[in-house]
Design a protein around this ligand. Structure first.
Ligand code: ADP
Ligand code: ZN
Length: 517
């Protein structure tokens, strides 16, 4: 069914980029753009957005102007195009006036097909752009135009003039932000309300999603890596210190690991990046500073040593794995301590409410007892009709058991501690711990002391966290993380309500390696 336009584009794809076929939505988008119509392309990172304007640029008679906020990456992008024999250049504030002049004359002479620039540099180009025949304008990272997006940039707001001054030139706006409000706002502000939207699936089907409790993390990571000896991967940590600690620990265990964070000198960072890209370093232990603009297709796994602060971040970071389409793993560790730390960060920040809601959503994802992919994609507005079969929950569905008695014991310990104690102390009470803190407060004398001594510490934590998720208990972050009742608690304590909980996973290691058929 391939149209003439597409057949013809395929030969360009092969000739200039060396690829044999278009990815899922690329062909349709390219055909649309070539027909001179406006478009909004929403595609996940790594999906191949650039091709949607780079290939048309080769076929258009005039210039394709690419607006991008990422000045630091422009040179790399342009170098990449040049090395494929495509005449391209960039114009931005990092260049000297001489170089800028040179670029302008190249544009005026129609020597280049693509010109990358930042919105704040557009004014410098105004005179030559109005003279030059512009065939297409691509607005990359288009969500930056919207204050609804997560990366608003005031300089993007002036881009509305583009459609006004070039009413016949097609605009293609590209972003990886799927959110409906942001999408609408992008179209409105660019003055292209009727642009056709191409929404690609956000599903990265080749990535196995898994979440584990952060218990003996280093040991778990070591086991995970033993079966992935030469596979490149990224371990994301929350703090600079922990990237260094983890890199050191892994090096001691014989892996080639390096730490990467914004506190390192920039030459060192480039060196580390390069060694990773060229497979000299197997593992990067990094803060979220790592990954932007890294084009490495064979990253086989991403580990979140700490839980990310929201699902946007999680999605973006796991998306760095498996860009070659082969199977990859995303393993996230989830700990109660991380959640508490985030709550503290958020407390003193702007838009606290939004951030808290986002934290809740990733917590729900981490503690999910149903298909994780459905939850993740659902968050981005994409609703799968079936379970994915390629996440830890699908592979190893939790079994629920009648946990009424366990819930009653936990809740009565909370009651006897007058809703003043954090989870650790509640568990110590339940298990009848013999420590100073218990004796100090006389908890050895209360009725619930030791009523749960047959259950391990870790299992109690698993059960109490579930009771929290189910809404029976709340953690009072302003009162030393004391466990408190919600109105639902009394149903369990006084109305004999049924409670179903899941058992902790016994063998987390053996469930980690899915077999693909
Ligand atoms: P995005 O901008 O959506 O994050 P890119 O445009 O950087 O993604 O593309 C990601 C990677 O996919 C790049 O390495 C690119 O060369 C590659 N790519 C794009 N289109 C194709 C294709 N049709 N076939 C194979 N690889 C492709
Ligand atoms: Zn699933």
């Amino acid at each position: 069914m391939a149209s003439q336009v597409i057949t013809n584009s395929l030969s360009h794809l092969k000739k200039y980029f060396g690829y044999d076929s278009f990815r899922k939505d690329q062909a349709e988008i390219i055909e649309h753009v070539l027909s001179g119509k406006d478009a909004l392309v929403v595609m996940p990172t790594g999906g191949g957005k650039s091709m949607c304007f780079q290939l048309p640029a080769l076929k258009f008679e005039g210039l394709t102007l690419v607006i991008s906020p990422l000045i630091a990456l422009m040179k790399d992008q342009v170098d990449g195009l040049k090395s494929n024999g495509i005449p391209a250049d960039f114009y931005n504030s990092t260049q000297t006036p001489e170089v800028q002049l040179e670029i302008k004359s190249k544009v005026a002479n129609r020597d280049i097909k693509l010109l990358y620039t930042a919105p704040e540099s557009l004014s410098g180009l105004q005179e030559i752009l109005s003279e030059t025949y512009i065939s297409c304008v691509a607005v990359d990272e288009a969500h930056c135009i919207s204050s609804w997006g997560h990366d608003f940039r005031p300089s993007y707001q002036q881009l509305g003039f583009l459609k006004k001054s070039l009413p016949k030139t097609p605009i293609i706006a590209l972003t990886a932000t799927a959110d409906k409000t942001t999408r609408k706002d992008i179209l409105k502000q660019l003055g292209i309300p009727k642009a056709k939207a191409f929404l690609s699936s956000f599903d990265r089907e080749n990535i196995f999603l898994e979440v584990r409790v952060a218990d003996k993390r280093l040991k778990q990571i070591e086991n995970f890596l033993l079966r992935r000896k030469d596979e490149a991967g990224i371990a994301y940590c929350l703090s600079r210190k922990s990237t260094e600690k983890l890199a050191k620990d892994l090096t001691k265990k014989g892996f080639k690991a390096k730490a990467y964070h914004a506190g390192l000198p920039s030459e060192e960072r480039s060196k580390i990046q390069e060694e990773f890209v060229y497979d000299k370093t197997q593992i990067i232990c990094a803060t979220v500073a790592f990954g932007m603009g890294i084009d490495k297709s064979n990253v086989r796994w991403v580990i979140h040593y700490n839980m990310p602060k929201n699902l946007e971040g999680y999605y973006q970071e796991i998306g760095r794995a498996g860009r070659d389409g082969l199977q990859a793993n995303a393993l996230m560790f989830h700990s109660y301590a991380d959640v508490i730390q985030y709550k503290r960060f958020i407390e003193n920040s702007m838009n606290q409410k939004v951030q808290e809601a986002k934290l809740d959503r990733i917590k729900q994802f981490a503690e999910a007892t149903s298909c994780r992919r459905r939850i993740l994609l659902g968050y981005f507005g994409e609703h799968l009709t079936e379970n994915c079969g390629f996440c830890d929950v699908c592979k190893n569905p939790p079994r629920f058991f009648d946990a009424k008695l366990i819930a009653q014991k936990a809740l009565s310990a909370v009651a006897r501690a007058k809703q003043k104690e954090p989870m650790g102390m509640i568990i110590d009470i339940l298990r009848g711990a013999k420590n100073a803190a218990i004796y100090d407060k006389g908890y050895q004398n209360i009725k619930t002391y030791g009523i749960g001594d047959g259950i391990s510490w870790r299992d109690w934590q698993h059960y109490i966290l579930q009771l929290t998720n189910l809404g029976y208990i709340e953690i009072a972050f302003h009162r030393g993380n004391a466990l408190e009742f919600t109105p639902l608690a009394k149903k369990v304590l006084f109305e004999d309500e049924q409670v179903w909980l899941t058992k902790p996973k016994q063998d987390q290691v053996s469930s980690s390696q899915p077999k693909q058929t």
